[in-house]
Design a protein around this ligand. Structure first.
Ligand code: NAI
Length: 336
């Protein structure tokens, strides 16, 4: 079923942005031909990949059962995620039909540093100051922040990115608490229960994957357990937070600030220029209108180092799969 001789591997690349194209054109080997489609992959667009060997997808492509069936019918044998998270892929349905590979690691620094960039921007009101001084408004009123030094940060999910973020926080002289379903012995992190983390953290940063278990981890019930004035940072996946409850917590002054690089309903909004349109999502519009909410458009991964790492690993995943029929970065819901 896999290729032993030199044959061109044809890849249909969905949801292409100029920065993807530049990185993948630089990484594309001679035995691979990539067709770049701007559209996202879903059941309606999967036919575009007919006749291709692999479909390369990103975080907001919808790789559900219907899309996978359509890809398989068109001869696609591999879905290559150019990201780490895979909550948008029905891996269970893919099993036995289409192989799925991902990029498990590519500069955890990119995401962890963005989390810290958002946190600093928010607590020191840099976003406010930037706008003011551009208008020659040099007033400091309303810009009082707080020191990160000495504060407690709760890191939920202490994998590659969570640990990198924890290390950055330690550099600021912060106390780091961690919660992970599978705590790592060698992480050097003080693990506590989720309830203790909620109760003691001045800042909570999310770095766990989106699963059935973690969906809406930040909800009304858990927000009630947090300190008044807590800052919530989410650079992981939007649906870790129930946005309505976050908004309520902000309106009640329980949540001091929110830094959101991801949003639960981002797929039709983020990555696109919607500046000429009326935003239909009232919750997002209200969140963005809040002075203590900072939103970036799923940008945490966007560094030169990460883009080139993503392209290199994705290309290697595809080549390895078609050369050997296997790949160490393959996802398998049965493999744990
Ligand atoms: P990782 O796999 O190295 O770490 C994830 C950690 O979460 C692991 O330690 C795991 O044990 C833990 N975990 C799993 N289930 C959990 C649960 N129920 N409760 C608490 N912890 C749990 O992943 P990595 O590379 O650190 O990435 C973390 C997340 O960051 C990804 O899942 C992805 O959603 C997100 N991400 C966001 C990006 C962005 O641009 N905003 C870019 C890359 C990743």
């Amino acid at each position: 079923m896999w290729r032993k001789e030199f044959v061109m591997i044809k890849v249909a690349f969905f949801d292409t942005k100029p920065y993807d194209r530049a990185a993948f054109e630089a990484a594309c080997p001679e035995d691979m031909k990539i067709k770049f489609f701007e559209t996202k992959l879903n059941a309606d667009t999967a036919d575009l990949a007919h006749g291709y060997d692999a479909a390369c997808v990103f975080v907001n492509d919808t790789v559900d059962a219907a899309a996978l069936d359509a890809l398989e019918a068109g001869g696609v044998r591999l879905v290559a995620l150019r990201c780490a998270g895979y909550n948008n892929v029905d891996v269970r349905h893919a099993f036995g039909h289409i192989h799925v590979v991902r990029v498990p690691a590519y500069s955890p620094y990119a995401v962890a540093e963005h989390a810290m960039a958002m946190l600093l921007t928010s607590v020191r009101r840099v976003h406010k100051a930037y706008n003011r001084t551009r208008d020659f408004n040099f007033s400091l009123n309303g810009l009082v922040g707080f020191d990160l030094y000495g504060k407690t940060v709760g890191v939920i999910g202490t994998g590659k990115i969570g640990r990198t973020f924890a290390a950055i926080c330690r550099g600021f002289g912060m106390r780091v608490l961690g919660y992970d379903k599978y705590p790592a012995e060698d992480a050097g992190i003080e693990y506590v229960s989720l309830d203790t983390l909620f109760a003691e953290s001045d800042i909570i940063s999310l770095h766990c994957p989106l699963t059935e278990e973690t969906k809406y981890l930040i909800c009304k019930e858990n927000i009630a357990k947090m300190k008044k004035g807590v800052v919530i940072v989410n650079t992981s996946r939007g649906a870790l937070i129930r946005s309505e409850d976050l908004l309520e917590g902000i309106k009640e002054r329980k949540i001091g600030a929110a830094c959101l690089d991801v949003y639960e309903e981002e797929s039709d909004i983020f990555f696109e220029d919607n500046s000429g349109h009326i935003l239909e999502d009232d919750t997002l519009a209200r969140l963005i209108s809040m002075p203590n909410v900072l939103v970036t458009s799923h940008q945490a991964f966007l560094t030169e180092e990460a883009l080139s790492g993503i392209a290199g690993t994705t290309v290697e995943n595809i080549r390895t799969f078609f050369a050997t029929g296997a790949c160490e970065n393959e996802l398998c819901y049965r493999c744990g």
